[in-house]
Design a protein around this ligand. Structure first.
Ligand code: URA
Length: 209
């Protein structure tokens, strides 16, 4: 699908398999989500703009590459976005953070906003939306709507698993927002869960079930 990159790196796929297993413990799940977050972040930021700067090594001067432009913004969708965010921050510790609190109404599967806080000058920054599960697509669509309303112009989406239904709905609403995921699974079930999936990412990460 146009604008969708599946990160097929063997380390990502291996870690994802461990996360899918129902007997994987909460602490292992959390650790794996953090590690995959970093690996997916690496792919999402592959074409970040750089500039040439003059530096001195202990031996001589040289022209070297340095990230250019304003700091990145990682926009985590609460609560499961927090797990992936940790690994991304290890890679880009200077990134700014936005938090988007949205929950899915279990009856309608529509999302309801309960929290939003983002850095200033979003228009000049690369914004990477972080949500492990792109299921119905409703949450991701609402989060990107909100970030655009707040001024964001350059937006990418990092997730772990996506459903075909969610992907096409999301791309229909936000064709300018490219997505990176470790897998496009088979389909959604009647409760809006991804199949075969890995269950409820938030519950598995925080041990709340
Ligand atoms: N959210 C989850 O945590 N899992 C799914 O399968 C769908 C949405």
């Amino acid at each position: 699908m146009k604008g969708v990159t599946v990160v097929e790196h063997p380390l990502v796929q291996h870690k994802l398999t461990l996360m899918r297993k129902k007997d994987t413990s909460t602490s292992q799940f959390r650790q794996l989500l953090k590690e995959i977050g970093g690996l997916i972040c690496y792919e999402v930021t592959r074409d970040l703009p750089t500039e040439t700067i003059r530096i001195e090594t202990p031996l001589t001067e040289m022209q070297a590459q340095s990230l250019s432009g304003k700091k990145l913004v990682f926009a985590a969708i609460l609560r499961s976005g927090m797990g992936m965010l940790e690994g991304m921050l290890e890679l880009v510790p200077a990134a700014r953070l936005a938090h988007v609190g949205l929950y899915r109404d279990p009856a309608t599967l529509e999302c309801v906003e309960y929290y939003f806080k983002a850095p200033a000058e979003l228009a000049d920054r690369w914004v990477i939306v972080v949500d492990p599960m792109l299921a119905t697509g409703n949450t991701a669509i609402a989060a990107v709507d909100r970030l655009k309303e707040a001024g964001a112009k350059t937006i990418r989406m990092a997730c772990l698993l996506a459903s075909p239904e969610g992907l096409s709905k999301f791309r229909g609403h936000h064709p300018d927002v490219a997505i990176w995921t470790a897998s496009i699974d088979e389909r959604l079930n009647e409760h809006g869960y991804i199949l075969p999936g890995l269950g409820d990412a938030g519950d598995r990460m925080y041990g709340t079930k």
